[in-house]
Ligand binder design. Structure first.
Ligand SMILES: [Zn+2]
Length: 70
């Protein structure tokens, strides 16, 4: 199991995803291509590592993805 953190660089928004989540695609994101306003962090082997990273970003809106429910 691998975990990734998606950070929005310009808003107070971040999400933890499982690698196999369709929104994550192992850190590649969706088929629309790479975004210049977001950054992926990871992969992390442990769920706790991903959530610690997300908390370190100090985003107000930070939680696990509702689709993959990491
Ligand atoms: Zn997800």
């Amino acid at each position: 199991m691998s975990y990734y953190v998606l950070e929005d660089l310009y808003t107070s928004w971040a999400r933890v995803h499982l690698g196999e989540c369709s929104s994550c695609n192992y850190g590649q994101g969706t088929s629309e291509g790479a975004s210049t306003t977001t950054q992926w962090h990871g992969p992390y082997e442990e769920r706790s590592q991903a959530f610690e990273k997300m908390e370190s970003l100090e985003k107000d809106d930070a939680r696990g993805c509702q689709l993959c429910n990491p």
